[in-house]
Design a protein around this ligand. Structure first.
Ligand SMILES: [Zn+2]
Length: 471
């Protein structure tokens, strides 16, 4: 098998040396679609070699093992924490040791919030300690906590209808889980909406597709001119229970204590490594995931998996002795969870070269068995991506969906650069998302192998095509 692989590589190098136009303007496509189709079909053997190495060969389980080594040792990696900076330094060193090129750190100022000690005790109608997780950027409570009657609502509309009842209370949101995108607004805006009607604090049903009594944290946003109130998530079970109790007209009283503190911004870094392009080193295919996480579990799934299959994509390509015409740039973002802080800084710094970006890719929705690629770009670019994905027929993963956006690549996509995200079992992803359950146990090394193979084939082929993706 090894011999076979190196034969493929030899053929590819000869082909890439002998074909293509020497120099052309990135933005003026010269090939017909049929020619591009034929060009992509020429990568069939390379795609097989990548798949064989990642899924059946000696690179099996490497991304899982590298990730386990990091997160078992360092743990979760909250923006502003020592853990995150330790993880960045260790990963930086490992990327260098693994022989990738232009490995460097790009400084970023990131938010620093700590949850401190926190608790929620139901004191009426019975004494009962609830599991909670304060939401990122929430203020704390006074040391004795906030003790108040609870108003349970199922929606923002209900809160508006019952606004007069909310004053001086703790608002509990028991919104149903529809989808993450739909339901997350309760986590992000719940405190602001509750404060507007005079509530003292808000407790939000975790935005999760499934629960075995797990609170799921995440970011929330205050609004200028609206009183800041403490806010935390509670479990689906407790939200439903309080909703049932309240429906009988029974009074609920809760004591909420949160030691959360917002500190000044601290120093962090985006971590960058490359395989430099052989013919157009200034042109970029960006492959990414975020290295930061919440401060619970191990941040293994979100987004250790995405970050480490992105690294693995470059490793697989390097192991096969492949060097694409364009530069493959790995970026491991910092402070994604605080609203794409590292990615925003990267965009400001690098947007001057935006015409050189062929494709931006991010894996931040799990590294389970991929169902395909989500893609945003022109119809022409989509047709090309469909051809590229057809190279993954041996894995039976060929679909190209819509909505390639991701928190860290959106700046580029909004400015017209084609963008792609890896799609897998999102329902399963939101079992674990932002909870203590986000550990290595939630991941499957074999599925990560497949995800890495998809990621490597797509990034390599797009980086090696004669022309950049059309916009
Ligand atoms: Zn994430």
């Amino acid at each position: 098998m090894k011999l076979l692989i190196f034969t493929f590589v030899g053929v590819v190098h000869l082909l890439s040396l002998g074909s293509g136009k020497a120099i052309h303007k990135a933005s003026t496509p010269q090939k017909t679609f049929k020619e591009i189709q034929e060009e992509i079909a020429g990568y069939t053997d390379v795609a097989k070699a990548i798949i064989n190495l990642a899924v059946y060969g000696r690179a099996q389980n490497r991304s899982y093992e590298r990730l386990a080594h990091l997160v078992d040792t360092v743990g979760p990696r909250l923006s502003g924490s020592k853990n995150l900076e330790e993880a960045i330094q260790l990963t930086y060193q490992s990327l260098k040791d693994s022989g990738l090129e232009n490995v460097h750190l790009e400084p970023v100022k990131v938010p620093h919030w700590e949850r401190g000690e926190e608790s929620a005790m139901m004191v009426k109608p019975r004494l009962y300690k609830m599991a909670i997780l304060g939401l990122g950027s929430s203020i704390g409570t006074p040391a004795e906590g906030i003790t108040a009657e609870v108003l349970v609502v199922n929606s923002f509309d209900e809160l508006q209808r019952r606004a007069i009842e909310a004053k001086g209370k703790i608002v509990v949101y028991n919104q149903p889980y529809i989808s993450y995108a739909t339901s997350v607004k309760y986590r992000v805006q719940g405190a602001v909406e509750a404060a507007k009607v005079g509530a003292l604090a808000s407790l939000i049903r975790s935005v999760a597709s499934f629960s075995i009594y797990s609170p799921h944290t995440g970011n929330q946003k205050y609004q200028d001119g609206v009183t800041k109130i403490p806010t935390a998530c509670i479990t689906v079970e407790d939200a439903e229970m309080m909703s049932r109790i309240a429906s009988h007209g029974t009074t609920i009283v809760v004591n909420l204590k949160m030691g959360a503190v917002n500190y000044p911004d601290t120093d962090s870094f985006n971590t960058v490594a490359e395989i430099t392009g052989s013919r157009h080193p200034e042109q970029i295919v960006l492959v990414s995931g975020h290295l930061d996480s919440w401060d619970v579990g191990q941040g293994a799934m979100d987004d250790g998996g995405g970050a480490f299959i992105s690294w693995e994509a470059l490793s697989l390509i390097k192991d096969l002795g492949l060097r694409p015409k364009r530069t493959l740039r790995l970026v491991l973002w910092t402070a994604e969870e605080q609203g794409g802080v590292g990615a925003s800084q990267y965009y400001q710094l690098h947007k001057v070269n935006i015409s050189q970006y062929s494709l931006v890719m991010e894996s931040d929705a799990g590294t389970y068995l991929p169902t395909g690629l989500q893609f945003t770009g022109s119809d022409k670019a989509r047709s090309i991506m469909e051809e590229v994905m057809s190279l993954l027929r041996p894995l039976n993963i060929t679909q190209v969906f819509t909505k390639g956006e991701g928190e860290d690549i959106n700046f580029w996509i909004q400015a017209g650069v084609p963008g792609a995200s890896l799609l897998d079992d999102l329902n399963k992803y939101f079992f674990f998302h932002h909870s203590h359950g986000d550990t290595m146990t939630a991941l499957d090394p074999k599925q990560m192998n497949v995800a890495a193979a998809v990621w490597a084939v797509v990034s390599y082929v797009v980086a090696d095509l004669d022309e950049m993706l059309p916009r």
